[in-house]
Structure formats: structure tokens, C-alpha cells
Ligand binder design. Structure first.
Ligand code: GLY
Length: 352
């Protein structure tokens, strides 16, 4: 699954160069209300965009739905998109996931370009060809693997992100560090998140995206090693869905940061992952992300959500675990009882 990445310091000029390499009949740009207002002006000088058709959707993961998808298909259809058209997805993970899926399915597939405008989008969602929508209260339940023609990554968009949004993306960088290499992981703790466009941040971001890119190149359809990118997400997705269920929604990356704590604890129990690294990681998480509150009454709900994880086979919950930083073991079947123990340990570690 070929997918080009372009890191750029001048997104408007580089997008123009990229577009002039393609032949297409109509150009479409998908934004959400926020990226329409704040990010589109950054590209305003681009002459090729003056003739583009614009499609604007509601922001936020709650609108990553079949209804929004259908509205995008409707716009593409009524504005006469063809197989020779190109769709540019300008936004966070919601826009690149939904826009990628809309493009991959419209007339059996048109080309699309991703321009992530959040750190989370750049480090994860926009790269690697996963597209889709939420369905039946389940995240990314419906979708296809379809690579963007190219992903253009510019930190210019990160300057205005809130600390919460930055931390959300940073959690995926922590995950990439944990599954790859101790140097990559340790470097992350030297970063100053209040300056997300500084040189150190950018080199860590590049390194982090390359961790993902290398894994995706080896296993684009998640038959094996790509499951490592799911580290922290089995419990993390359950936390995230639970946060919506009880009307106290948390950002995806926050749920992942906490989910990683649970899955490091499982990693310790199953594979002897070093406890001292878990304690340091949990202290960083507590200080920056706070703690996701759960009680033992929530365990059944959380377990039920984990039974929907896409890695599962034959009703068994399938985790990716680590024996150390960079030492990944996929397809680890964990029992209901062990998951409850990990949730107990999570609460003990955070004193909740
Ligand atoms: N977000 C995990 C993956 O792309 O495989």
C-alpha cells in the first residue's frame, strides 16, 4: 500500500506543486467548520484551489456517521465528481477518516489527498490508509483500507491547537515510542509541548510517523505486525466509549494514554514488562492527562466494549502486549479475569 508522505514548511506552495503533478477534472476540498474557518485561509494563495468545490461538514467525532458520509457522497454526486476527480481532506482524524472513506467508495474509488491539521491526525489517522466511520456506538466500525495519494504534513496548523489537542496526539507518539525503540520513547519526554512547531518537536514527529509508516508498509491490512499500532487501544477504546456513555467525553488520545497504562500492566503480568517504566509512564500520564476514573462497577461495561475490538477472533479478546520497549507480542489472548485484574491494578496505581 504505497502512500507518499511530504513534510513541508510551506504547505500552500507544496500543495500547489503536488496538485500540478496530477491530472484531474474537478478538485474537491472537504473541511469541517473549524478547519474551514482556521486552516483553509492558510492555503488561500493556492491558485489551483480557487476553482475547487468545497464541502463542509460538522466538526467532531460524534458526526463521523453514516448521515455525514451520505451528505458528502451527495455533494460529490450533485457537483459531478468523477473517477478523475480528487478530494483533499483538510482536517483532523474525523475529516481524513470520513473523507477517505467517502472517496474510496464513491464510484468505487476516487483519489484523495490528506492534509492533517491536528497532531493526532498527523501522527496517526491521516497516515496508513485506514478510513471509515463510527457505527452502532462503535468506533470505526465500518470502513475500508485505502491509502491517500499523498499525506502533506505541516506543523503550521499545530500552533493554534489547545494543549488538550496536542496531548491527544502526543499519546500516539508515546505509543509509537513504546512499540519501537527506547531512544525514540525517551526523547519524547524532553519535548516542550508549548511550542509544537519547534525543531525538536518536528524531528520527533517525523520519527514517530516513520515508525507507523514502516509498520504499515510491512503489513498494510493488519494481518500481523500492524496490530502493534493498536497497543493501548483495546482498553483505550473501551474507556473512550465509556466516557461518551456517561456523558463525560474524553479525547481519543487521552483514552489511549490511560489505555496504555492498563495494557502495560497486562504486559507486566503476561510478559514481565519492567514495572519501573510503567511507574514513570503513569506518573507522566497523571501529571499531564489526569486519571480516568473507574470503579469495579464499570468493569462489565468495559469488558463488553472490549469484546468488539477488531483484533478479536472467535469471541477471545486479543491484545498486543510488550515484554519491553520495542519488544512487541501480538495475538495475546487475555481472559476476562485477567482484564479485571489489570483494571484493579490500574486503580491501585492511580490510587482511585
Ligand atoms: N491507528 C492504528 C493503525 O492505523 O493501524
Amino acid at each position: 500500500m504505497a502512500q507518499r508522505l511530504l513534510f513541508t514548511a510551506d504547505i500552500a506552495a507544496d500543495l500547489e506543486k503536488v496538485l500540478s503533478d496530477y491530472s484531474y477534472d474537478r478538485l474537491f476540498v472537504l473541511t469541517d467548520e473549524n478547519t474551514h474557518r482556521h486552516c483553509l485561509p492558510v492555503l488561500a494563495d493556492n491558485k489551483l484551489l480557487t476553482t475547487a468545490e468545497y464541502i463542509n461538514i460538522r466538526p467532531d467525532d460524534t458526526y463521523k456517521t453514516l448521515e455525514t458520509l451520505s451528505s458528502v457522497w451527495q455533494e460529490l454526486s450533485s457537483r459531478r465528481a468523477t473517477r478523475h476527480s480528487i478530494l483533499i481532506n483538510l482536517g483532523g482524524g474525523m475529516v481524513t477518516d470520513l473523507g477517505g472513506f467517502a472517496a474510496a467508495t464513491f464510484k468505487r474509488g476516487i483519489r484523495f489527498i490528506n492534509i492533517p491539521t491536528t497532531l493526532l491526525g498527523a501522527v496517526d489517522a491521516a497516515v496508513g490508509g485506514k478510513t471509515g466511520i463510527n457505527f452502532n456506538d462503535l468506533k470505526n466500525e465500518i470502513g475500508v483500507f485505502a491509502p491517500a495519494e499523498i499525506v502533506l504534513i505541516s506543523a503550521v496548523f499545530f500552533k493554534t491547537l489547545s494543549r488538550e489537542h496536542l496531548l491527544s496526539g502526543f499519546a500516539e507518539m508515546l505509543k509509537h515510542g513504546l512499540i519501537s525503540d527506547a531512544d525514540i520513547y525517551n526523547r519524547l519526554f524532553t519535548l516542550d509541548l508549548s511550542h509544537p512547531d519547534n525543531t525538536d518537536m518536528l524531528s520527533c514527529l517525523k520519527e514517530s510517523i516513520q515508525v507507523k509508516q514502516q509498520i504499515v508498509e510491512k503489513d498494510p491490512y493488519e494481518a500481523n505486525i500492524r496490530k502493534s499500532l493498536n497497543f493501548g487501544h483495546t482498553i483505550g477504546h473501551a474507556f473512550e466509549t465509556f466516557s461518551h456513555h456517561r456523558n463525560q467525553p474524553v479525547q481519543h488520545g487521552y483514552a489511549v494514554a490511560w489505555g496504555i497504562v492498563g495494557e502495560l500492566l497486562l504486559s507486566h503480568r503476561y510478559l514481565g514488562f519492567p514495572l519501573n517504566i510503567i511507574r514513570l509512564y503513569a506518573a507522566f500520564v497523571r501529571q499531564n492527562y489526569g486519571v480516568f476514573p473507574i470503579t469495579c462497577k464499570d468493569y462489565d461495561y468495559l469488558y463488553e466494549r472490549m469484546t468488539h475490538d477488531k483484533k478479536n477472533e472467535a469471541d477471545k479478546i486479543n491484545f498486543t502486549l510488550l515484554s519491553d520497549i520495542g519488544k512487541v507480542a501480538i495475538n495475546q489472548i487475555v481472559s476476562h479475569e485477567e482484564i479485571n485484574i489489570a483494571l484493579d491494578l490500574y486503580r491501585d496505581l492511580f490510587g482511585i
